[in-house]
Design a binder for this molecule. Structure first.
Ligand code: CP
Ligand code: NVA
Length: 305
């Protein structure tokens, strides 16, 4: 049976922890510039229906450094679901490539891609979730704190794809997760219910960022208008007043909290230059760890580890 990585919950808690261990090991190999080529003579197709910097660069660079070849297929190359049916392109790519990474709009499309592909499929973001990001994020938190005990993560902003992945991670690892978002911008109700029902983590959805960030170990934010919603940006700026992660909000945690952002950031909108550049901002460690976490995910689902 081939393995896919479409949601964080596709991995068990043991597999998630093993992925963090493997990410640490592969990261050390990269830093030593070891000759490490588990993907020699392998190729990965990367389908992008949306723009990307980190996802493209980290997957392409990571796979190349592990001996493989990554093929970039941009929005106009495949036009998935428009020029060609998802189930057709899934089977075509499977005849050429060993693994597929896809960044798509519709979550249903990544599910269909995985169903019809005979090779592993990794979700590089959909409108619903961003599992590779959250694996990199938790790995980064683990590196900085040394452990994941008594962890409080407060996400401030839009209840979007990033939040859905946090909520799914909370079904597998225990932590306190708060999403502070304006009313009407809460995450998906079923995903909240599933996270609560798992009974492992403390889950809160709040509309009061000042109160929510108290005692946060991590304050996390993301853009207010995601890819595909940019026409709502001005309206959202009005609705999200009071939800900016600025110096005052960071001070309201009452402790030296770490600041995270999946990037790209809109400076001066969801957060400020001061917070992004502050000494407790770990955004570039987080960006770097995309590559190490994904390498570990690739090794696992391709049966190399
Ligand atoms: N964080 C992230 O996925 O960045 P890109 O959209 O640039 O890939
Ligand atoms: N929520 C953002 C994440 C970008 C990495 C988006 O979907 O555009």
């Amino acid at each position: 049976m081939k393995r896919d990585f479409l949601h964080v919950t596709d991995f068990t808690a043991d597999e998630i922890n093993a992925t963090f261990e493997l990410a640490k090991e592969v990261k050390a190999r990269f830093k030593r510039r070891e000759d490490y080529k588990p993907f020699k003579d392998h190729s990965m197709a990367m389908i992008f229906a949306k723009p990307s910097a980190r996802t493209r660069i980290s997957f392409e660079t990571g796979f190349f450094r592990m001996g493989g070849h990554a093929l970039y297929l941009g929005p106009s190359d495949i036009s998935i679901g428009k020029r060609e049916a998802v189930k057709d392109i899934a089977r075509v790519i499977s005849r050429y490539n060993d693994v597929i990474m896809a960044r798509l709009f519709e979550h249903a499309h990544v599910l269909e891609l995985a169903e019809f592909a005979s090779v592993p499929v990794i979700n590089g973001l959909t409108d619903y979730n961003h599992p590779c990001q959250i694996m990199a994020d938790m790995f980064t938190i683990l590196e900085h704190r040394g452990h994941l005990d008594d962890l409080k993560v407060v996400y401030v902003g839009d209840g979007n794809n990033i939040v859905h992945s946090w909520l799914r991670l909370a079904q597998r690892l225990p932590f306190h997760f708060v999403c502070a978002c304006p009313e009407g911008y809460s995450p998906d109700a079923q995903t909240i219910a599933d996270a609560k029902q798992a009974g492992l983590s403390q889950i809160e959805i709040s509309h009061d960022p000042q109160r929510s960030v108290k005692d946060a170990d991590i304050v996390y934010t993301d853009v207010w208008a995601s890819m595909g919603q940019k026409d709502q940006a001005e309206e959202r700026k009005k609705r999200f007043q009071g939800f900016q992660v600025n110096e005052a909000l960071m001070a309201a945690t009452g402790k030296e909290s770490l600041f995270m952002h999946c990037l790209p950031a809109e400076r001066g909108v969801e957060t400020t230059d001061g917070v992004l550049e502050s000494k407790t901002s770990i955004i570039f460690d987080e960006a770097e760890n995309r590559m190490h976490a994904q390498n570990a995910i690739l090794l696992k689902i391709c049966g190399k580890a």
